[in-house]
Design a protein around this ligand. Structure first.
Ligand code: HEM
Ligand code: HEM
Length: 179
């Protein structure tokens, strides 16, 4: 495959939309998080793609097309299906894979690093809402909320499929890829 030598950076809204559509092409079919978009949220892609594209256009291209408030819809969604660290891990893996497949450059890197920040922030806020081990949040939930988001490191993960071996996970904040 010689595709990698042809990759260029994200340069326009059209590029952003291409990236977003490619991501949802994966995400909607994904065995781990696909059902959340398809069955739980019943996402209308034609409505959703412009919103998400504005979000990324704002971050990557300095446009001001997204107004903010991205967390709230996820808090609503979380009331229908608990969004756990593993879901965010998976989301990030699909996002990184899609970015790397299509683009390369500073903005492509920013797309990955900012997604990590947002995912970490969302996951942390939801963990505080959900409380430890998925129980109802009690008075101390904020102080003792679960382990938070963990990330499977990109690249070869030698232990991942080893017989009896644990999937290799690193605590976020511990050994993160540089932002
Ligand atoms: C190029 C500069 C940046 C732009 C244009 C940008 C833009 C945005 C936007 C539009 C959101 C969504 C906000 C919302 O929905 O309310 C967001 C969220 C976030 N950004 Fe950035 N960002 C930038 C740099 C950074 C940096 C440098 C950091 C951290 C060091 C960061 C950390 C975060 C976090 C943690 C969130 C999620 C906040 C939450 O919990 O809702 N961003 N950013
Ligand atoms: C497990 C992970 C995630 C799931 C299942 C998920 C799912 C969804 C769904 C179903 C919506 C549509 C909600 C609605 O319109 O009612 C949505 C909106 C959105 N998501 Fe996510 N999401 C996840 C993670 C993320 C992350 C990590 C980011 C950012 C890096 C992100 C950015 C957004 C934005 C910007 C919107 C649009 C919010 C708005 O309407 O302004 N999501 N998400």
């Amino acid at each position: 495959m010689s595709v990698s030598s042809e990759r260029r950076d994200i340069e326009s809204r059209a590029d952003v939309e291409r990236l977003v559509r490619a991501f949802y092409g994966r995400a909607l079919k994904d065995p781990i998080i696909g059902f959340i978009f398809v069955d739980v949220a019943r996402l209308d892609l034609e409505e959703h793609v412009p919103v998400i594209s504005s979000f990324w256009e704002t971050i990557l291209l300095g446009a001001r097309s997204y107004g903010g408030g991205a967390f709230a819809p996820h808090a609503m969604l979380n009331m229908k299906v608990r969004l756990r660290a593993g879901h965010f891990e998976r989301w990030l893996l699909l996002w990184r894979t899609t970015v790397d497949e299509l683009f390369a450059g500073e903005r492509a890197e920013l797309a990955k690093s900012h997604a990590l920040r947002v995912a970490r922030a969302f996951s942390g806020r939801l963990a505080a809402i959900n409380g430890p081990a998925g129980s109802d949040p009690g008075p101390e939930a904020g102080a003792s909320a679960g382990p938070g988001l963990v990330v499977i490191q990109p690249g070869p993960a030698p232990d991942r499929d080893a017989p009896g071996g644990e999937r290799r996970r690193d605590q976020l904040g511990d050994r993160l890829p540089p932002l």
